[in-house]
Design a protein around this ligand. Structure first.
Ligand code: F1P
Length: 361
């Protein structure tokens, strides 16, 4: 469809996440040096990661990885919530560390959140951006991920790079137990893209699919949220995201045969997947389960061998669950890209998103 010299920038940036993530891993040690200024983390009562939109989803994925690595609670909160309801998340005596994520480096709500927590809680703040901007001006330190700076309006490769960079910061602050696993990411993402791109594209181009539902829990909930956001922003499509088992409690009632459900299961919920699949299939909606190939045999039941079951897409390689969001992020990106193309929309310039107006304050 596209000549290689005229690929939309969004598509080339999705593909480039393999190379840009490799660069992120190479810069990890230098960035750990910047983060050292904030250590030890025992100095903080709370660790809060914040952002808006896709950056909030990066924050949420990172918060699960950090709490696993640091063995303490780490929360992700939307910047607008944090700016206006900090007392809901923090005790009056809290002294938090804030990790403020903004691809553009200039999102108003992120600045509002940082300033509120500095004023009321004497917070220290680290900005995570791809472009030097005004968020950094209100933070104590900034890490700029210039290797994944994007021309596209919608975030793609920056999601993976900023998330991988945060994995490395968390690992660096907790004994470097996962460095070799995290370093596998570019190779695993490359292999996954080779497998998933055509499957995802055919879903995106299927005119019989009316609505997409994405399901995930724990670290996968933000992957599901990000898929729905990508489809909404890039393809102006109807898309929903729910907690995997929460979906059973109301939302599944609307399913019909023109719906496609995509599930990103977590290991803790494997025992319940069969029940959920049965409930979805009764509605005649279609379902695709995206899972580590090595785990598919765990689902084998009396009725089907998952290895050949069309409803399962096995991602090759092994990676701890906490880091899989960075491996699966491209799926929603490709889906949204090809859905936009199928709907005659320009994925490089989604409607209404060219210019986000800055808020006061
Ligand atoms: C935040 C953001 C994007 C989203 C949309 C509007 O931007 O919510 O994540 O995709 O384009 O803005 P940023 O703070 O990460 O630059």
């Amino acid at each position: 469809m596209y000549e290689t010299d005229q690929l939309p920038v969004t598509l080339s940036e999705i593909h480039n996440q393999v190379q840009s993530c490799q660069k992120t891993l190479g810069i990890g040690d230098a960035r750990n040096g910047i983060f050292a200024r904030f250590l030890p983390l025992e100095n903080y009562t709370d660790i809060v990661i914040t952002g808006c939109g896709s950056s909030l989803h990066v924050a949420t994925c990172a918060s699960f990885a950090w709490s696993g690595m640091l063995q303490r609670p780490v929360i992700a909160v939307a910047s607008s919530e944090l700016a206006h309801f900090p007392e809901h998340y923090l005790a009056p005596t809290a002294r938090p560390l804030v990790i403020a994520i903004s691809r553009s480096g200039g999102t108003s709500e992120v600045k509002l959140a940082v300033k509120r927590l500095q004023r009321d809680y004497r917070a220290l703040a680290l900005a995570i951006t791809t472009d030097a901007g005004s968020v950094a001006e209100v933070c104590d330190e900034e890490i700029v991920f210039e290797e994944c700076r994007e021309k596209s309006v919608v975030m793609t490769q920056a999601f993976v790079c900023m998330l991988a960079g945060l994995y490395l910061l968390g690992d660096g602050a907790s004994g470097r137990r996962y460095a070799s696993e995290i370093n596998k990411l570019p190779m695993l993402v490359r292999r996954a893209i080779q497998l998933t791109e055509s499957v995802v594209r055919s879903l995106a181009e299927d005119p019989q699919i009316d609505r997409f539902f994405f399901l995930g829990s724990g670290p996968m909930k933000a992957v599901a949220d990000e898929c729905a956001l990508k489809l909404t922003e890039m393809a102006l499509d109807t898309a929903f995201s729910y907690g995997t088992l929460e979906f059973r409690h109301g939302p599944k009632a609307t399913l019909d045969p023109a719906d496609q459900v995509v599930i990103f299961p977590v290991e803790a919920e494997h025992p319940y997947l069969e029940t959920l699949l049965t409930e979805i299939e009764i509605t005649e909606a279609r379902v695709l389960v995206i899972e580590h190939a090595s785990l598919l045999s765990a689902y084998e039941s009396g009725r089907a061998s998952r290895g050949t079951d069309q409803r399962f897409l096995g991602i090759p390689g092994t990676l701890p669950e906490l880091f899989r969001p960075a491996l699966y992020a491209h799926i929603g990106q490709f889906l949204a890209f090809w859905r936009a193309v199928a709907r005659n929309l320009n994925p490089d310039a989604p409607r209404h998103l060219e210019r986000t107006v800055l808020l006061n304050g």
